[in-house]
Design a protein around this ligand. Structure first.
Ligand SMILES: Cc1cc2nc3c(=O)[nH]c(=O)nc-3n(C[C@H](O)[C@H](O)[C@H](O)COP(=O)(O)OP(=O)(O)OC[C@H]3O[C@@H](n4cnc5c(N)ncnc54)[C@H](O)[C@@H]3O)c2cc1C
Length: 344
């Protein structure tokens, strides 16, 4: 009897420990110009799949935070929104934001923190992991509800690694591949807002200026269709003249290979691949792209891949659902006309 009671107590206490461990997850909600970056909604879904309480945190200058709070309070299922406002947090300078997050996690008994695997997430989270003496778990595509087993691609997406985080890592610091998780719904939430104390960061870095590519096209990372061009386009002029009309006809975002970016045909922000953006649209059209492994790493999860290349042995044809061996300077304008015709 006593033994059973003792066993039961120990089982209950280990259950309690497990639940305490999962007591809370936090999502770093990224924003720009007073608008939530909706990649964060994919990170919310990953966090919520653990089944524990999930809160969000918004940091930035006072005006940034004021702008975005109303929007993030409405994210479905978030229990709380923590916030800290200070000019030092504007532009998400990692040297300032990481120490704040490092103070919030232990203070609020948070075991897991998630961010989208964006330029900001990739910049802030490894520093946070360093500050908390925990390992960084980057670019996950799945996680188990135990909260310590994560799946991520390695070797440019050619192998899938399952990792079990050590109990020695008190905090799980995780970035999320946005294409692997749906976006959390918004509109139904009514999370309470709690201010947390701003910490003084490290004044060694300073934001100077930025140059943004302004485009009326859909955002490359979240577009449902993408038209990408490679070195074969030969010039920036051709790149725009040949690809833009097809992208417009399809309502698609434009992407590029690294060779096209390096040659100056397309902006850096359009690069798809291991060192660029990872996309997984419904439709990915690759025109004049050979299909190097580093390019495939950024697009091979697309639902339908169409390749146009004049070399029948180009590796892109191994991942393409539809392949056309043709000169893109003829095939792409013809395809554009057909798409426009079909819409008319
Ligand atoms: C560490 C590292 C990271 C990298 N990261 C990336 C990355 O993120 N993204 C990326 O894209 N690359 C990346 N690369 C570069 C990658 O290895 C390739 O060099 C690059 O993807 C090649 O680009 P491309 O296919 O446009 O050019 P190419 O390999 O030169 O291919 C051009 C293709 O166009 C075809 N072609 C030529 N003329 C025509 C025509 N008139 N009509 C139809 N087809 C035509 C050719 O048959 C050829 O297949 C990386 C490389 C390294 C080492």
């Amino acid at each position: 009897m006593l033994v059973r009671a003792a066993l039961r107590t120990s089982r209950l206490s280990s259950l309690a420990t497990a639940q305490r461990r999962l007591a809370s997850s936090l999502v770093f909600l990224e924003h720009k110009n007073g608008k939530l970056n909706d990649s964060s909604l994919n990170a919310v879904t990953a966090a919520q799949s653990l089944g524990s309480d999930t809160a969000g945190i918004v940091v930035g200058s006072k005006s940034d935070v004021d702008g975005v709070l109303e929007e993030v309070k409405k994210i479905d299922g978030l229990t709380k929104i923590y916030t800290a406002a200070s000019d030092s947090y504007s532009h998400s300078l990692a040297e300032n934001v990481a120490p704040l997050l490092a103070s919030v996690l232990p203070a609020k008994n948070i075991s897991h923190i998630f961010a989208a695997h964006t330029a900001v997430g990739k910049n802030v989270f490894p520093r946070l992991a360093g500050l908390l003496d925990s390992s960084m778990i980057a670019d996950i595509v799945a996680l188990e509800s135990s909260g310590d087993v994560f799946t991520r691609p390695i070797y440019a997406g050619n192998a899938i690694l399952k990792i079990k985080s050590s109990p020695k890592d008190k905090f799980k610091i995780v970035t999320v591949r946005t294409t692997a998780f749906d976006k959390a719904k918004t509109g139904g939430g009514s999370a309470a807002v709690e201010e947390v104390e701003a910490t003084s960061g490290d004044a060694s870095t300073k934001y100077v200026s930025e140059e943004l590519t302004i485009s009326s096209r859909p955002d490359l990372s979240s577009a449902s269709r993408v038209v990408s061009g490679g070195r074969a386009l030969k010039s920036q002029e051709n790149f725009n003249k040949i690809l833009d009309p097809l992208a417009d006809a399809l309502g698609a975002a434009v992407g590029a290979s690294r060779a096209a970016v390096d040659a100056g045909y397309a902006d850096n922000s359009l690069q798809v691949g291991q060192t660029g953006k990872v996309v997984a649209p419904e439709l990915y059209v690759a025109a004049g792209i050979s299909g190097a492994i580093q390019h495939l790493a950024g697009m091979k999860e697309s639902k339908m891949i169409v390749a146009i290349n004049k070399d029948p042995d180009a590796p892109i044809f191994q991942v393409a659902d539809v392949g056309l061996v043709a000169d893109l300077f003829e095939a792409v304008p013809e395809l554009t006309k057909k798409v426009e015709g079909a819409k008319a």
